[in-house]
Design a binder for this molecule. Structure first.
Ligand code: CU
Length: 361
């Protein structure tokens, strides 16, 4: 029996219109048929880079006035960055891929019907590097493109890409993929010592194994994602209205329990902590402003913007609850000039740095 990929390939070759008549309807996820007219093939060259990272580059929290010197808010992390073909040159910041500084990883964009090919290279050169992978939600893939490592089959291709190695992942975007999706490291570097797991060395790379199997463990968040190996994919379709601004926001936390090099916990937006350090977004009245928000880690967050409301799930609101691994998209016509706060509404999180500025002129 031909695989789904073979089927899509065949559909692309022989013309989607001819194939659609014989398609099983409402297959797999959602109501939309999986096969679509063949779109583009978009290639991304992505590297997991180890990087020095400063959570509060301005050295202070402009909400509370607290000071954070570089030693207090720096660590060596790992983030995804986009490169030109064959990982030849780091791509500059661009509205398409975003800042491309590492946290979050580059925005991956496609339209329904497109194929996304990710050429991934692990360039983790820390003294104790780890295997990494890419696990991208939302799109159609064969199992060998899922990037999900498990100890029962530790050598499945693409699930633990070791330092210096490469792997190519391939996905297609069915109609049900329209929207925003998260991607993250789901490799062998799972879980941390001290939470019921021990470290063993596998092919010179530390691997985390369960020490006391009978002990209830917390959610197995991938440790690479805890460091900053995550990003967002945005898939448009014919219903996606053009927007004048598109603000990508990922809420996440860094815990000193997990990352002992940190002097304290940090509540972060896109890899930065505290007002004045987190992204400042701009807009003008009359513009259509779109927010693509998501959350990674172990905490729930409540996204909120001062002075604004938007329609979501049939009702107007000014907050949105994000559980780990979820995203949301909403937009509005901007009509409220001012220097507004956007933030997580959990008290501990806003005080821990999860707040930013939204400036409307
Ligand atoms: Cu929060």
């Amino acid at each position: 029996m031909p695989s789904r990929r073979d089927f899509l390939k065949q559909a692309a070759l022989s013309g989607a219109a001819a194939m659609l008549g014989s398609l099983p309807q409402a297959e797999a996820s959602g109501d939309a048929p999986l096969a679509l007219p063949a779109g583009r093939t978009l290639e991304y060259w992505i590297q997991a880079d180890s990087l020095p990272w400063i959570l509060a580059p301005n050295g202070r929290d402009s909400m509370t006035g607290a000071a954070y010197d570089a030693a207090q808010s720096s660590f060596v992390t790992v983030g995804y960055r986009a490169y030109s073909e064959n990982w030849a040159a780091l791509l500059p910041p661009d509205p398409g891929i975003g800042e491309n500084s590492g946290i979050p990883g580059p925005i991956l964009r496609a339209r329904v019907g497109d194929t996304i090919v990710i050429h991934f290279k692990n360039n983790d050169v820390r003294p104790k590097p780890a295997a990494h992978s890419i696990h991208l939600e939302g799109l159609v893939r064969e199992m060998e493109n899922d990037g999900f490592w498990r100890s029962s089959e530790p050598n499945l291709p693409g699930t633990a890409v070791y330092p210096g190695e490469t792997y190519t992942y391939r996905y297609t975007a069915p109609a049900s993929a329209a929207g925003a999706w998260l991607y993250s490291d789901f490799s062998a570097s799972r879980r941390m010592k001290g939470r019921g797991f021990d470290i063993r060395i596998y092919r010179d790379v530390p691997v985390y194994t369960r020490a006391k199997p009978q002990e209830p463990s917390e959610l197995d968040a991938p440790v690479g994602a805890q460091f900053g190996l995550f990003g967002m994919a945005i898939i448009d379709d014919e219903n996606t209205k053009p927007a004048d601004r598109e603000n990508v926001v990922i809420f996440h936390d860094l815990y000193s329990d997990d990352l002992p090099m940190l002097v304290q916990d940090f509540d972060c937006i896109n890899g930065r902590s505290f007002l004045g350090n987190t992204p400042t977004f701009q807009a003008r009245t009359g513009e259509r402003v779109r927010w693509r928000i998501g959350s990674v880690g172990r905490e729930n967050h409540v996204f909120h913007i001062h002075g604004h409301r938007w329609r979501m799930n049939g009702a107007f609101t000014d907050t949105h609850l994000l559980a780990p691994g979820t995203t949301a998209t909403f937009d509005y016509l901007e009509d409220s000039p001012g220097e507004w706060l956007y933030h997580c509404h959990f008290t501990e999180h806003i005080m821990g740095g999860m707040a930013g500025l939204y400036v409307v002129s």
